[in-house]
Design a protein around this ligand. Structure first.
Ligand SMILES: C[S@@+](CC[C@H](N)C(=O)[O-])C[C@H]1O[C@@H](n2cnc3c(N)ncnc32)[C@H](O)[C@@H]1O
Length: 286
């Protein structure tokens, strides 16, 4: 199904449908589809239901790369029976994929029951609703995410308990995977508020980037699409399988480990300065 908006619907091998960006030549959730991937990568890996059951007060969820809202809706739907207050902050530089998804709601399927809220989000960039025992406050921040993080206004954003990080791949979307971006993101976190950030990539370059930005980093769950992903956090308590010294030695030998310092994709071995800093990370000093 082709569209003039720059997106099209693709049918995956398992019968699920996903959105494909013509500009980036990438399908948002290319193998198992949006819902299965989001349930594995975020809902189950983060133990989101259990975490919300234990949580008092507002739970702040950052959704980086709102896109067609599959991650956001899957997280909300999975936790809708839990009495909780969720503050969802979605970030993207365009709402076009969301508008496109609403136009193709039947094929995508996962929007069911949330259409009115999503229309409100498109129209006002903000919506508030009650879904059974769950209260949702949902804001969208329409901006270039790396630039937004450098602005003073970013300091005023609600500090996240969880970040769903879902940009296009580093090769096509390098601006979303640089070390300056993740360093700025880490600095915005509240050190007193444990925060986990799972993402679909398991690349050495990404893991080095997250470590040098200040995160603790571990092996992330399989998603059906990837046999291994990555989870980062501002506390070791949220990492069940931390990267170890054997991984560190492999990173040292890798030809694709040096973080992107600029929004231009390239692959390079670790620089002496990065290798030095990596070895000093508290995760490897015990
Ligand atoms: C893989 S898609 C996200 C899919 C989405 N999470 C979902 O569940 O449907 C990546 C998203 O990142 C957004 N993006 C890419 N570069 C960005 C940037 N520099 N600033 C903000 N958003 C960006 C794209 O517009 C796109 O919607």
């Amino acid at each position: 199904m082709q569209s003039a908006t720059g997106y099209r619907i693709v049918k995956l091998a398992n019968g699920a449908h996903s959105v494909h960006s013509l500009a980036h030549h990438e399908t948002f959730h290319p193998v198992v589809g949006p819902v299965v991937e989001a349930e594995a990568l975020y809902v189950r890996q983060l133990g989101l239901v259990e975490r919300l059951q234990r949580h008092a007060g507002e739970f702040v969820l950052w959704d980086v790369g709102l896109g067609a809202a599959a991650n956001a809706i899957t997280a909300l739907r999975a936790t809708r029976e839990v009495p909780c207050a969720i503050h969802l902050l979605s970030f993207d530089h365009t709402l076009d994929p969301l508008a496109f998804a609403l136009q193709h709601r039947e094929a995508l399927g996962y929007l069911g029951g949330y259409e009115t809220h999503l229309e409100g989000l498109l129209h006002d960039r903000h919506c508030v609703f009650q879904d059974g025992p769950q209260t949702v406050r949902w804001d969208t921040h329409l901006a270039d995410f790396p630039a937004l993080l450098t602005e003073p206004a970013a300091q005023k954003l609600a500090k996240p308990h969880v970040i769903m990080f879902d940009a296009f791949s580093p090769a096509t979307n390098p601006a979303m995977w640089t070390l300056p971006l993740f360093s700025n993101l880490f600095r915005l976190l509240d050190p007193e508020r444990p925060c986990a950030l799972p993402t679909y990539s398991r690349s050495t370059m990404l893991r080095v980037t997250l470590l040098l930005a200040g995160f603790h980093v571990g092996v992330g769950h399989a998603t059906g699409e990837k046999e291994e992903t990555t989870i980062a956090a501002n506390t070791p308590a949220l990492i069940t399988e931390p990267l170890d010294r054997r991984w560190l030695q492999r990173a040292h030998r890798s030809t694709s480990a040096e973080p992107l310092w600029e929004p231009v994709y390239r692959q390079a071995s670790l620089s002496p300065a990065s290798w030095e800093k990596l070895q000093q990370h508290p995760q490897f000093r015990c």
